[in-house]
Design a protein around this ligand. Structure first.
Ligand code: PEP
Length: 260
């Protein structure tokens, strides 16, 4: 427990996983865990980001629980129209999806999400009323060169021109995910993570008067084994969890660590 007044968020990023049967089993198990020991909204906010094909189905299966559903991406095109394969922020909102991940390093590195594309996506997501979980993080090379802080703060500044004060207040969550810690089993030490979160907090305070109340999540090989130590850090207000979120029991244990 950090002593911060920010209610933590624990968000599972399922990436291109799992099968339909496995996700159905997950929701069944997770609902049972919540029934045994409920997590209150004032303790911790919960969310899961399934593949877009399953958003409505998972939302339906989790209705009546505190688990929110997050889309892993959004189109940079607005409304409806001739954009094959795309899903706009407006359509997501229309289908009742209220949260979106933007800027995940896998999309930045593999799928062409350059800063300008991210700004376009973010602008439309905010306009449609979605809450954005905006991911930032440095590569191993950048950390070794000593530029991690500059890189991460630049990624925050990249979006400043499209985020209005009212968006910072209600629609932005930041996730710090050092790329070298994603899916590798290497977690940043709690001290290293806290140190970067402190710098992000200072950066946010310079950009917006709401800087003190924005949740900053840590992501990168978060597991039940390291969640408590991360949750105890003053500026770590939750976790974005990849691999460990695919197991309902592990994800629940991480939630418990942040909810205490
Ligand atoms: C992620 O991809 O957002 C992530 C943090 O993955 P993992 O927990 O598997 O490192």
């Amino acid at each position: 427990m950090s002593g911060s007044t920010i209610v933590p968020w624990v968000v599972g990023n399922w990436k291109m996983n799992p099968t339909r049967a496995a996700s159905e089993q997950w929701t069944k198990e997770f609902k049972q865990l919540l029934q045994q020991t409920p997590i209150l909204a004032e303790q911790c906010h919960l969310a899961i980001a399934p593949i877009s094909l399953a958003l409505s189905e998972i939302k339906h299966q989790l209705s009546g629980t505190p688990v929110n559903v997050v889309t892993q991406d959004v189109s940079r095109f607005a409304g409806t129209g001739a954009f094959t394969g795309e899903i706009s922020a407006d359509l997501l909102a229309d289908y009742g999806i209220q949260y979106v991940l933007i800027g995940h390093s896998e999309r930045r590195e593999l799928l062409g999400d350059e800063p300008q594309v991210l700004r376009e996506k973010l602008k439309l997501a905010l306009k449609a009323g979605l809450t954005v979980i905006y991911c930032v993080g440095e590569s191993l090379e950048q950390r070794e060169q000593g530029t991690a802080e500059v890189v991460v703060l630049q990624q925050i500044c990249d979006i400043a021109s499209v985020v209005a004060p009212e968006h910072w207040e209600k629609q932005i969550i930041v996730a710090y995910e050092p790329i070298w810690a994603i899916g590798t089993g290497k977690t940043a030490s709690a001290q290293d993570a806290q140190s970067m979160h402190e710098k992000i907090r200072a950066g946010l305070l310079q950009l917006t008067s709401f800087g003190a109340q924005i949740a900053i999540l840590y992501g990168g090989s978060v597991k039940p084994e390291n969640a408590k130590e991360l949750a105890a850090c003053a500026d770590i207000n939750g976790a974005l969890v990849g691999g460990a979120s695919l197991n309902a029991q592990s994800f629940y244990q991480i939630v418990e660590a942040f909810a205490q």
